[in-house]
Structure formats: structure tokens, C-alpha cells
Design a protein around this ligand. Structure first.
Ligand code: HEM
Length: 487
């Protein structure tokens, strides 16, 4: 009899507990459905919606942020993945500049990318970052920009060149055939390593990621193999450079080699960060630019008119390389490229860690140890920043009445980051992209396949087009040639 009573009571207890949890779950889901921000369920937090939407993370999170009163939302997943995602310019200024010291990259970010990037400039904080920033910054001045243009006289070379001269021809697959004159195995491995490292941020929980890495299975196995190829390639360059006596610090790598304290492993990390910085960003920007241009013939006409004016003014022949000053004079082209990057920023999201509890300017609380992501892709699509026509590709929004391209606040347009860690290669990137775009547009008619369909993107560390951009290229007045795919 006693046992029966115990069983009935136990049954009742578990029944009531389950009912309570069920009702609580339903009530919270309903409440969550009404509240702006990421839906948060008991125990599992944002995880169910994250798993449902992670294949379209950028668009999903943009929709959520645009419905939030200050364009910021709390994100919570099990495994202490707790943070804020924001598309609010005042918050961006606070994180990247005002409270810079409180928002480093942080251990969680650095650990995930460490296998691939080591402690290169993209993946370091504090002293390690400072010393790389200081050494590298000598290379990014007007003299270097002029040299850069002098050294890259053909448009094809411009497509393929990066700043570290030893790597130049093998790191920039942009246009044509396999897109490179160098090591295709390395190129493929570099792309895989970038995408798979970024995939580590998309695991349902950090614990699962650690287990997969420990067992070296699935994507972790593939990542390990790609990293091995990338490292071997970079090691060989360093070895051969160190064997040649570096007499002059005439490029970035020699400048770092000249500092005797740098080990070969650290030099390798430095190189890999710079390949990532200089190769993947500009090629991503140009792919989206050419796609956007394909359905805007009037924008292309305006670019051609601008080029024609410069050619007439300076008595230039078609195909002659533009000088730095001429490239700087291309305000409309500058505006068109900026507008493409507003909608498709090469680095679409960027994450920092919060060191001590803080309140962001929009009133959002951020706890110690939380991550803070500023969402550049979403910011380009916020009505509050760019007005009702924010989703239109409209280079004119960048132009002053006198045709000069406006300087936008880096906190409203953080495409090149902002504050002390602002991109070192911004001027170089614009110069390179303008040279390539001008050379291509004035010589070729580009016919983009399925121009009315937004190309699928691949969320890697940069925003890549999933299968590249298929184009048919017709040389103006000369027969048709097919230059293949821009990737
Ligand atoms: C369209 C082209 C480019 C875009 C959109 C871009 C964007 C960015 C962004 C968002 C960051 C910050 C990333 C972070 O938080 O770690 C960054 C950093 C950096 N970029 Fe660029 N970048 C471009 C081209 C270049 C080029 C061509 C170079 C030079 C070869 C370069 C060199 C760097 C370096 C060295 C940093 C690290 C700065 C630091 O941490 O102090 N970038 N860039």
C-alpha cells in the first residue's frame, strides 16, 4: 500500500513537473515571438533558431537586428556562448574606438583561428599585435602606393598582385581560367582553410567543436590537411628568403625578417595574415561589384564617361596605366566600389570580446566574457543609417554636389574596421580595385550569367561568392573571349 502511494505521488510529481516545463516553454516561446531580438527558449537559448538559420546567418541576423529598436540584440547559446550583435553606429564607435582596450579579439576568437592564422596580426592582441602593426605600418604610405603602381603596369598583373612580392603571382586568383599563375594546390587549400576555420564559429556548441578537433574527423580533418599545405607553402617562401641575404627592407616580409627576434613560425603567421588581408578582401569586393554593375548599365556608362574625361585631359591612350593621381581623381568609380562594399562588405561581421562589464551607448548591457559582434553586412541594409532606399545600388548617394566622393564615418560604414585597428591597406585596396575595374570596364563588355539572381554567398572569413561569378567577356570591337569565372 505504501509503495503504491509512493508510485502515485512520484507519477504526480513528474506529471506536474513536465506540465510546468511544457507550459513554461510555450509561454516563453510566445513571449519570445513577440519581443524583438533573437528568440530565446529556456535552457537552449537561441540555439534552435540559430540551427534553423545558420546557412543564411547574415540575412537572418540582419532581419532580426532591423526589427530591434536600437539595431542591437542579445544572443545566447549553451556553452557560455553569450553576447551582443549590433548594427548601431554609436555602439560600433564605442567598441572600436572609445573603449578599445575593453574589447580585444579575445581568447575564444583567437583559439578558433589559431591553427590557421597562428599569432599573425589578424589573430593577436596586446604587444604581439602592436609590434606587427608598427612594423607593417611603414609599408603603407604614399611612396609605397606609388611604387606599387609602378611595379604593376599591366592590368593582368594588377589582378594578381599582393603586397608581399614573393607571393605576388600566386595569391590573388581573381579573373580568368584557374585565376592564378601560381600554385593552385596552395590556393585551394588557403580557401578551404579560411572557410573551415570560419565554420568553427557555427558549431552548435564549442564543446562539440573541441571533440571533433580532438578526434580529427569531418571538417576538422579537412581543415588540418589544408592548413598543412598552406604552412608548407609559406615555410618554403620564408626559407628561401632567409637564405637570400636581405640587404634592403624593400617589402613587408624583408622588414619582418630583418628583425632578428622573429622565429620562422612567427614569420609564417605574419605572411598568412597578409595573404588573407590582401587577397580575399579585394577579390570578394570586385566580384560583388561586377555583379551589381551587370544590372546597372547607367552606372557603367558614368564610369566610362569619367575614364574618358581623364584620358582626354591627360592625352592618354586606351590601355595606358593610370597614375596614382589619376586613380585618386576617379570619384564616381570610388563611389560605385564603396556602394558595392556597403551592400556586400568583404568582412561581413567582426567579433571582439568584452573584458569587463559595460553598457553600450544604446543602453545595452554587455557582461564580462561576452562576445560583441558588429555586423557590417546588416549596417549596409539599415534604413536608420542609409534611408528608405538602403537596399538599392546607388553610387550617387556617395557624391557631393561637385561630384567629389564623400568620406563616410567609419562607424556608420565599418567596412575597413575603425579606430586603432583600422585596416592598414584601405588606400592600397581602393587603388588596386580602381585600377582593375577601370582596366576591365574600358576594354571589355562583361555579360554576367543570371544577373537577376543574387549569387549565393559562402560565409568564410570573407564574403565569397559560392561558385564565383560566371561572366562572358567581349573585348570592345574585338572578337568574343570567355574569361571564365571571377572568384
Ligand atoms: C576591400 C579590401 C579590404 C577590406 C574591406 C579590408 C577590411 C579590413 C577589416 C574589416 C579589418 C579588421 C579585421 C579584424 O578585425 O581583424 C582589416 C584589417 C587589416 N587589413 Fe584590411 N581590408 C582590405 C584590404 C586590405 C589590403 C589590400 C591590405 C594589405 C595588403 C590590408 C591589410 C590589413 C591589415 C594589416 C589589417 C590588420 C590591422 C590590425 O589589426 O591592426 N587590408 N581590413
Amino acid at each position: 500500500m505504501a509503495i503504491d502511494l509512493f508510485s502515485i505521488l512520484s507519477f504526480l510529481f513528474f506529471f506536474l513537473l513536465s506540465l510546468y516545463l511544457y507550459l513554461h516553454f510555450i509561454a516563453s516561446s510566445k513571449k519570445a515571438n513577440k519581443k524583438p531580438g533573437f528568440k530565446r527558449y529556456p535552457i537552449v537559448g537561441t540555439l534552435p533558431d540559430f540551427l534553423r538559420n545558420r546557412h543564411r546567418f547574415l540575412d537572418w541576423s540582419t532581419e532580426v537586428l532591423s526589427n530591434c529598436p536600437t539595431n542591437s540584440a542579445v544572443f545566447w547559446r549553451p556553452g557560455k556562448v553569450h553576447g551582443i550583435i549590433t548594427a548601431n553606429p554609436s555602439n560600433v564607435e564605442h567598441i572600436l574606438k572609445t573603449k578599445f582596450e575593453n574589447y580585444p579579439k579575445g581568447a575564444s576568437f583567437i583559439t578558433r583561428l589559431q591553427d590557421f592564422l597562428g599569432r599573425g596580426i589578424f589573430n593577436s592582441d596586446a604587444e604581439l599585435w602592436k609590434v606587427q602593426r608598427k612594423t607593417a605600418s611603414y609599408e603603407f604610405n604614399t611612396k609605397s602606393l606609388r611604387n606599387f603602381i609602378m611595379q604593376n603596369t599591366s592590368w593582368n598583373a594588377l589582378l594578381l598582385t599582393t603586397f608581399v612580392s614573393s607571393l605576388s603571382m600566386s595569391t590573388q586568383g581573381c579573373l580568368g581560367g584557374d585565376g592564378t599563375t601560381g600554385n593552385t594546390e596552395f590556393m585551394k587549400a588557403f580557401e578551404d582553410a579560411t572557410t573551415l576555420s570560419c565554420g568553427r564559429f557555427m558549431y552548435p556548441s564549442p564543446f562539440l567543436g573541441r571533440v571533433k578537433k580532438y578526434l580529427s574527423v569531418g571538417s576538422e580533418r579537412k581543415l588540418k590537411d589544408s592548413i598543412k599545405i598552406v604552412h608548407e607553402f609559406a615555410d618554403n617562401i620564408i626559407k628561401s628568403r632567409m637564405e637570400q641575404k636581405v640587404e634592403k627592407e624593400d617589402d613587408l616580409l624583408s622588414r619582418f625578417i630583418a628583425t632578428d627576434e622573429n622565429s620562422p613560425e612567427f614569420l609564417r603567421d605574419i605572411i598568412i595574415s597578409f595573404i588573407l588581408a590582401g587577397r580575399d578582401t579585394t577579390s570578394s569586393a570586385l566580384s560583388w561589384f561586377f555583379w551589381l554593375l551587370s544590372s546597372k548599365p547607367e552606372v557603367k556608362q558614368n564610369i566610362l564617361k569619367e575614364l574618358d574625361k581623364i584620358q582626354v585631359r591627360n592625352s592618354k591612350k586606351l590601355g595606358e596605366t593610370y597614375s596614382l593621381d589619376e586613380l585618386r581623381d576617379m570619384h564616381y568609380l570610388h563611389a560605385a566600389i564603396s556602394e558595392a562594399m556597403r551592400l556586400y562588405p568583404p568582412v561581413p561581421v567582426d567579433t571582439k570580446a568584452c573584458l569587463t562589464d559595460d553598457i553600450l551607448p544604446d543602453g545595452t548591457f554587455v557582461g564580462k566574457g561576452w562576445f560583441v559582434t558588429y555586423h557590417t553586412y546588416a549596417m549596409g541594409r539599415m534604413e536608420r543609417i542609409w534611408g528608405k532606399n538602403c537596399s538599392e545600388f546607388l553610387p550617387e548617394r556617395w557624391l557631393e554636389n561637385n561630384g567629389v566622393c564623400k568620406q563616410e564615418s567609419p562607424f556608420r560604414f565599418p567596412v575597413f574596421h575603425a579606430g586603432p585597428r583600422m585596416c592598414l591597406g584601405k588606400d592600397m585596396a581602393y587603388i588596386q580595385m580602381k585600377s582593375i575595374a577601370a582596366a576591365v570596364i574600358e576594354r571589355f563588355e562583361m555579360d554576367v550569367e543570371s544577373k537577376d539572381k543574387v549569387p549565393e554567398h559562402l560565409l568564410s572569413l570573407t564574403l565569397r561568392m559560392k561558385d564565383g561569378l560566371s561572366v562572358k567577356v567581349k573585348e570592345r570591337c574585338v572578337g568574343e573571349i570567355d574569361l571564365g569565372t571571377i572568384v
